[in-house]
Design a protein around this ligand. Structure first.
Ligand code: FES
Length: 280
């Protein structure tokens, strides 16, 4: 791998993930994958590739013409491969930061800070997994599916999108051994009302020990209800606007229900992965 300079280790407080780094990566490719999403592939130094599924990076996006994004852009990891020195992000152009991201070309230098936050867990008791995600939330669950395959877990992935052709990562989930079910808005199959009987049938067949989700509050509420009724745990990667991404500014604080109490947590530091039952 080409030598990449400028790797700066950033210490973090005790009890949380031990280290993140600011590093200069090199763009390998930055290409559209469908009408809405683009895949950014970076050549990255090994220091930033000790990642967990569900973690994110703070990206220093280039300024698009006539705009000046002030903050780094948080983005969940789509793929990472320490042996190959590769780091991937799947994104949709929605604002100044991602507009700048779309201007990157192969060979460009690109500054990232991470990996940040707490990723997904996968206890031994969780043998039959159900992944339910929508839109770009599917990108966040992609590395989780790889971890599930490595651990020999059985997996069903429900991929929700506005239109069938926008359901991302279907082939990727299948390559990790998942049974993939695509649901979409055009035929109404993506509504919670339509999904509930499908998921309940799987639960009754003993095929669900745990849920994972990202990308839709309606899906979150459905899984919270099913989880409470059938005593099934799970985790959610929360999407939240951030500023520092390091736990200092409190811009990302959200409320969580823990037992009878409502408490505040920073999504960037205590999350972005939380228990489904505690998310509000
Ligand atoms: Fe600053 Fe979370 S974004 S504390």
């Amino acid at each position: 791998m080409t030598h990449l300079p400028n790797v700066i280790s950033v210490p973090v407080p005790q009890g949380l993930r031990p280290r993140c780094c600011e590093a200069t990566c090199r763009v390998v490719s930055n290409t559209p994958v469908n009408g809405e999403y683009r895949l950014l592939t970076l050549e990255a130094p090994t220091e930033v590739l000790d990642c967990q599924p569900g973690q994110f990076f703070q990206l220093l996006c280039p300024a698009p013409l006539g705009e000046q994004p002030f903050l780094r852009r948080p983005m969940s990891i789509y793929g990472y491969d320490k042996a190959a020195g590769r780091l991937e992000f799947l994104y949709k152009v929605t604002g100044a930061g991602t507009r700048g991201l779309a201007t990157l070309d192969a060979g460009d230098a690109f500054n990232v800070l991470g990996p940040l936050g707490q990723g997904f867990s996968m206890p031994d008791a969780w043998q039959h997994l159900m992944l339910v995600a929508r839109g770009v939330g599917l990108a966040t669950l992609a590395p989780l599916a790889r971890m599930a395959q490595e651990k020999g877990r059985k997996m069903t992935a429900i991929c929700s999108a506005r239109r069938p052709e926008l359901a991302m990562s279907v082939a990727l989930f299948e390559s990790y051994g998942a049974e993939v079910v695509v649901v979409h808005d055009q035929d109404g199959s993506s509504t919670p009302e339509a999904l509930r009987p499908f998921i309940e049938a799987r639960i009754e067949a003993g095929q669900v020990n745990a849920f994972y989700t990202c990308g839709s509050s309606r899906l979150l509420r459905l899984l919270q209800d099913l989880g409470a009724r059938h005593d099934i745990p799970g985790e959610i990667a929360m999407e939240q606007q951030m500023a520092c991404g390091l736990g200092m500014c409190q811009a990302c604080v959200r409320s969580f229900r823990v037992g009878e109490r409502v408490i505040q947590r920073r999504v960037c530091r205590e999350g972005p992965v939380f228990s489904i039952s505690e998310a509000m």
